[in-house]
Design a protein around this ligand. Structure first.
Ligand SMILES: [Mg+2]
Length: 409
């Protein structure tokens, strides 16, 4: 990972830009992409830069948006078109290198390491990619360049969007001066809940978190505490990984289609805990530990949803370490939809003996506890030991165990 320069490319006002690219009469005009234009109670999904100038924002109710910008042209979303354009943009990136990771429908990471003789340095790749996207799909993008994915993303959000050329770069030297003064919510992966937790600890900026004693963070959040400490210091070891369906299926995973739609965050998180418990039990049975956590959510329509991954700093098969990673991904990407199916999995597996036992004092004890619980379950059935949360109405474990012929102790 030494001396890499990673690009995060973010399409500006993506859905609105696609609409303007396909219909020249919309160019230069305030455009709002939203459902239900007739009833005006739809939600704003995207806003062209001309409409942003009037204070219209994503996620506003349409009536409020039109109050701010009555002359805006409202367009219904064309999701399939946006997906097609997104795939096209990915194929443009793949002309530079195979190391392209799709992060969302309008963001992707590029690791151009090793292509210097073909394309020039990271700035050259950024310029050429940006131009190619403009020439072929007619959309502007902002590009952040950093020593890793985390810094590239923060740089794109904070500086590249305002840069005249649409490109900015942060080196490790920029971390104390440019990243540390930022509010904690600007850190990759810190949502409103974590922002609240941190503010109660007196952590208001990324710099406050960087200087907070690591052992306290680890004591409270396990391996995720370690991740927060590294992130605030601008350190991120996760490589740019081409996301393919085959990759997602590797490793150990478990998913379930729910008997009804789940809307309550707490209920969905309980199901994720049960799936995590099962997956960690299987990893321990295989004497394996994993590093990359994958989370999958399908909405009630069974079309929308998300699949995202996140890498922990070390391998683990401790349920709560993996579960905190799962929650980290879920809380970042879940947008409050009703959920019909959820899944999680762990990839990047290694033999359990490779676990870094010296990292945390009580890791050995937690591992031993995991293996002991597994032995009891193997002897008496999967419901013999359950976390209390599984006994609430959201729990799927007792019902499933009885359905598949499991027995109660
Ligand atoms: Mg964007």
């Amino acid at each position: 990972m030494k001396n890499r320069r990673i690009l995060l490319c973010d399409m500006n006002s993506f859905y609105a830009s696609v609409e303007q690219a396909r219909d020249p009469s919309l160019r230069g005009k305030p455009v709002i992409v939203a459902g239900n234009p007739e009833t005006r109670n739809g939600i704003v999904l995207a806003v062209s830069k001309e409409a942003k100038a009037y204070g219209v924002k994503t996620a506003m109710v349409l009536a409020e948006a039109l109050g701010r910008c009555p002359q805006a042209i409202v367009v219904r979303p064309h999701m399939q078109l946006y997906i097609d354009v997104s795939v096209h943009i990915m194929s443009i990136a793949q002309q530079f290198t195979d190391l392209v990771e799709v992060y969302s429908i309008d963001e992707l990471f590029i690791d151009p390491t090793g292509t210097e003789r073909l394309w020039g340095d990271a700035w050259e790749v950024a310029r050429q990619f940006r131009q190619a996207v403009m020439d072929t799909v007619g959309i502007r993008c902002s590009i952040g360049i950093g020593p890793n994915k985390l810094v590239a993303k923060v740089c794109a959000d904070v500086e590249a969007k305002k840069a005249p050329e649409g490109i900015a770069e942060w080196t490790p030297d920029d971390i104390p001066t440019k990243m540390w003064p930022l509010p904690i919510r600007d850190l990759f992966g810190v949502g409103s809940r974590m922002e609240h937790n941190f503010s109660r600890m007196g952590i208001l900026t990324i710099g406050d978190l960087a200087k907070y004693p690591k052992r306290h963070l680890v004591k409270r959040w396990g391996l995720m505490g370690e991740v927060y400490h590294l992130s605030a210091n601008g350190i991120d070891y996760s490589p740019v990984t081409p996301t393919t369906f085959q990759n997602a299926m590797k490793g150990v995973g478990h998913s379930i289609t729910l008997a009804r739609d789940y809307e309550d965050q707490r209920e969905i998180e309980i199901v994720l805990l049960e799936l995590t418990e099962e997956v960690c039990r299987r990893m321990r049975a295989m004497k394996k530990a994993g590093k990359t956590v994958n989370v999958y959510v399908r909405d009630a329509d069974m079309i929308h949803g998300f699949a995202r991954s996140f890498s922990l700093p070390t391998h683990t098969n401790i349920t709560m370490d993996i579960y905190r990673g799962v929650l980290h991904v879920f809380r970042k990407f879940w947008y409050g939809s009703s959920v019909r199916a959820v899944g999680m999995g762990v990839t990047n597996l290694a033999d359990d003996t490779e676990m870094q036992l010296d990292l945390f004092n009580d890791k050995v004890r937690k591992r031993a506890l995991g293996y002991t619980m597994d032995r009891i379950r193997a002897k008496y059935g999967s419901t013999a030991l359950m976390r209390c949360a599984s006994l609430t109405k959201a729990g799927i474990l007792p019902e499933r165990a009885s359905k598949i012929g499991g027995h109660y102790a």
